[in-house]
Design a protein around this ligand. Structure first.
Ligand SMILES: [Zn+2]
Length: 258
C-alpha cells in the first residue's frame, strides 16, 4: 500500500495510546458492527473480504423484513460473521428530527408484534446464527420500549455511545459501539481520518483509565466511499496484528460481561 507522508503522524495518537495499554499489560478490545445488510452486494463482499484478510470478526446488523436467502447463505459461509436484527422494516415512525422505528408513541401491541416478526424472520433465515441481539435503526430506542425486547426473544441491545440507557431492566444486556466512521450530516461518506483516529484514541484512553471496556467501531458498507474503505483498511493494518489489540467476537464480549 502506498502511504502518504502524513500517514504516520495521522496514526500516531492511536499508536501512543496502544503503547500505554501495553505498559499496563492489558489487552485493548475492539469490535466491529456493520449495519443495514439486506442482500449480497459488492460492498458487502468487500467488507467481508477485508475482515477476512485481517482475521477481524464482525457483527452484521440485518434488516429482517428486507433480508433475502442469498444473504443468509453467504453469511453462513463467513466464519467471522455474527448476525443481529436491525429493526423490522427500518421505516421511520418518529419525527424527522428523531427518527426511530419504534418511537415511544407507537402502540405497545404494534411494537411487540413487529419485534416478534423480526426475531421470527431472523431465525427462519439464519437459524441458530441469528443472535438474540437487537440493533435499533438510527441507534435510537427509549428504555421503556427497549424493555419490551425480552418479550420478543431479544437479550441484548446495541446502540451508540458510552453510557448505558438509563432505566433498562437488568435482564437486558447492552453492548455499544462508539466510533461511527460515516459523516451523516455532511458528505454522507467517510469522515476525516485524523478526526477518527483522535476520537478512537480518546475512547481507548477513557476505557484504559476506567473499566477496560471494549470499543466498538460502526460501519455501513452500503454507503462507504473510498475514504471510508481506506480508513478501515488502515485501521486493520494498524491494529489487527498489534500485540495488545484483540479484535473480538461480540459473543465473547458478552460472555465476559457476566
Ligand atoms: Zn440502519
Amino acid at each position: 500500500m502506498t502511504r502518504s507522508r502524513g500517514y504516520a503522524s495521522k496514526w500516531e495518537p492511536l499508536r501512543r495510546e496502544l503503547a500505554a495499554w501495553e505498559q499496563n499489560h492489558v489487552a485493548a478490545r475492539l469490535w466491529l458492527r456493520d449495519d443495514d445488510a439486506v442482500s449480497v452486494t459488492p460492498a458487502l463482499v468487500r467488507l467481508t473480504e477485508r475482515c477476512a484478510e485481517h482475521d477481524v470478526p464482525y457483527l452484521i446488523a440485518v434488516i429482517p423484513s428486507q433480508a433475502d436467502t442469498d444473504l443468509a447463505n453467504y453469511l453462513s459461509q463467513q466464519p467471522l460473521a455474527e448476525i443481529a436484527a436491525h429493526g423490522w422494516t427500518h421505516r421511520n415512525h418518529g419525527g424527522l428530527g428523531c427518527k426511530a422505528e419504534f418511537p415511544e408513541q407507537r402502540s405497545r401491541v404494534e411494537i411487540v408484534r413487529d419485534l416478534r416478526r423480526a426475531r421470527d424472520r431472523m431465525e427462519a433465515l439464519f437459524g441458530s446464527g441469528a443472535l438474540p441481539i437487537y440493533v435499533p435503526p438510527w441507534n435510537r430506542m427509549a428504555a421503556e420500549v427497549a424493555n419490551l425486547l425480552p418479550v420478543a426473544g431479544f437479550e441484548t441491545l446495541s446502540v451508540i455511545g458510552r453510557n448505558r440507557i438509563a432505566g433498562l431492566y437488568g435482564e437486558l444486556g447492552q453492548i455499544n459501539v462508539h466510533l461511527d466512521i460515516i459523516d451523516w450530516r455532511g458528505s454522507r461518506g467517510g469522515r476525516d481520518h485524523k478526526e477518527l483516529v483522535d476520537e478512537l484514541a480518546a475512547h481507548l484512553a477513557w476505557a484504559r483509565e476506567n473499566d477496560q471496556s471494549p470499543i466498538g467501531i460502526l460501519t455501513h458498507h452500503l454507503v462507504h466511499d473510498e475514504r471510508a474503505w481506506t480508513f478501515l483498511q488502515e485501521l486493520f493494518a494498524e491494529t489487527a496484528h498489534h500485540p495488545v489489540v484483540r479484535w473480538s467476537r461480540v459473543t465473547d464480549l458478552l460472555a465476559s460481561q457476566v
